[in-house]
Structures are given as structure tokens and as C-alpha cells.
Write a protein that binds this ligand. Sequence first.
Ligand SMILES: Nc1ncnc2c1ncn2[C@@H]1O[C@H](COP(=O)(O)OP(=O)(O)OP(=O)(O)O)[C@@H](O)[C@H]1O
Length: 299
Amino acid sequence: MEARPAGGTMQALIVCESLVRIYQTGSIEVQALQGLDLVVGRGEMVAVVGASGSGKSTLLSILAGIDAPTAGRARVERWDLLAMSRADRVRYRRHTVGFVRQQTASNLVPYLTARQVIDLPMVAARRPAAQRRARTDELLAALGVADCAERRPAEMSGGQQQRVAIAVALANRPHVLLADEPTGELDTATSAEVFAALREVNQRYGVTVVVVTHDPEVSGQVERTVAIRDGRTSSEVLRRTATGEDGGTHVIAEEYAVMDRAGRVQVPREYREALRLTNRVRLALEDDHVQIRPDGSDR
Ligand SMILES: Nc1ncnc2c1ncn2[C@@H]1O[C@H](COP(=O)(O)OP(=O)(O)OP(=O)(O)O)[C@@H](O)[C@H]1O
């Protein structure tokens, strides 16, 4: 598969520009997002990584319509997430996005079977019973949990619970599936299985998937990984498979810095430290690249 620039050649489904979210607790202000830029194309599967506190969950809550941004732009399909009424928000959360949380138990209901819990969002959307039953059977099969249909969460493994949670999130055929550390509580083998399920639904249903993860192994399985640092998108890794001279295929991963609309780029700390780039730097336009050099005027 070809690597592509961030949403470049595809129709953009999610567009965040200079997104800001400030939390105010008493007199303390926390800037969880500080001008984040992100474009996700329709049908893409993107992993979002970053240190604890970098703003990943905040981004996902905003995209899920659970939280509202303070400033900037955030659009998902036709929805402007900064200008939605309460009723819009309910409609958006019911039909446009599906959400899977980290805590396996919080995605399900202890006293409901898998079949009953997958049915719930469709009841809320007033779908006819026959249609609901068919969709439930289809999702249980697609996620490999048909044998769990009549089981309650306590009778399922963590991996099965998360696959049922994905089925719940997909019940109303959303175009976007958001998952916040869906494999955080699972062991490596089970994580791989849940991640494979996300990939499977991404390909089978064409649903756009944004998944937050701490797990580098998991993020290595998607074509595009977006790194957030201090509430901003700092870099992206694009992966593509290429055929070598020996005829074998291998994966090439290339890291890109992300430039915002104002032309700002974050220079990685290792680069800054290696060349002692501080405060002022010299920029020079070359034929096919831009050069950044230490100031030098003080030496
Ligand atoms: N409701 C809130 N009120 C106040 N501050 C908050 C709130 N939610 C998040 N924050 C702060 O915003 C920043 C970003 O938090 P966020 O949960 O988005 O980070 P994260 O990258 O998802 O972290 P983790 O990987 O630990 O889940 C943190 O400094 C956090 O303490």
C-alpha cells in the first residue's frame, strides 16, 4: 500500500486546526491542547501516541463529542464540533462516532449479555427489531465473538469484552471509530488480537479509526502514527511496504515533522541539543530543502 501524506490525497473526514482545550480548576489553568493540527482521511486508521498528559484523551473526548474545545477548529464530516447544540451532540454521538474506552468493564453493562448490550444503541436510535437482530449477529460474527452472544462480561475474557465493545461502538454504523487505549489493560497477545479486530473492521466497513495507544508494538501495525507532545502534533510516522531487490517485501517507516498552517515546525530536542539551537537560528532556503543553522552571531 502506498504511503500518503497526512490526509493529503484522501477526502479529509476529521480536520483539527490550532485546536485548544484549556481546563480551569479553581485558579489553575491547564492547557491540555495547545494548538493541535490533525487531518485524518476517510477510511484511514491512525494511531495517536504521546507521553502521559500530552493531551491524547482530551483530543479523543473532543472528537467523540463528549468534551468541547476552547478554541480553534474541529470538524468531523459535516459537524463543526465548536458549534454544536445539545441536540446535535446527541445525534453526533449516536450516529457519527463510536467510542471504545480503555477499561473493558466500562464499555459493557455487568448484567447484560453481549447481544443485549450491542442492541442498546440501536434501540436508542429507534431501529426496527429485525434490523437490530441482523446487525447484532453480523457484528458478533465479524468480531469473532459469536460464541459470546449470550454471555455477560464476567463470563468473557478481556479480549472478548473489548471485541464486544467494538461491536457496540459500531452498532449504528458510525463513520468514525475512536478507541482510547483499548488494549491498555490487556496482555501483549490479547492486545494484538484486539488491534487486529480494529484493523479488520477498518477494512471491512471502511470505518475511519483513530486509536490512542501507549504500546509501540501496536502503533507499529498501522500505516500512520501521529505523535502528540505538549498538546500539539509534533511528528508523524508513515509506514509503507516496498519490494526490495531480492523480491521480498519489507516495511519502510519514515518520520515527518508536522508543520501547522502558520508554518511552525517543532525541531526535536535531540537536534536542538546536538547543534545547541536555542532562541535564534539561521534559516536558509536551498533548492530542495530549508536549512536551519545555529545563530553563530555570539561566537
Ligand atoms: N477534566 C480535567 N480537568 C483538569 N485538567 C485536566 C482534565 N482532563 C485532563 N486534564 C489535564 O490535561 C492534560 C492532558 O490530559 P490528557 O488526559 O488528555 O492526557 P493523555 O495524553 O491522554 O494522558 P494519559 O496517557 O495519561 O491518559 C493533563 O495535564 C491533565 O492533567
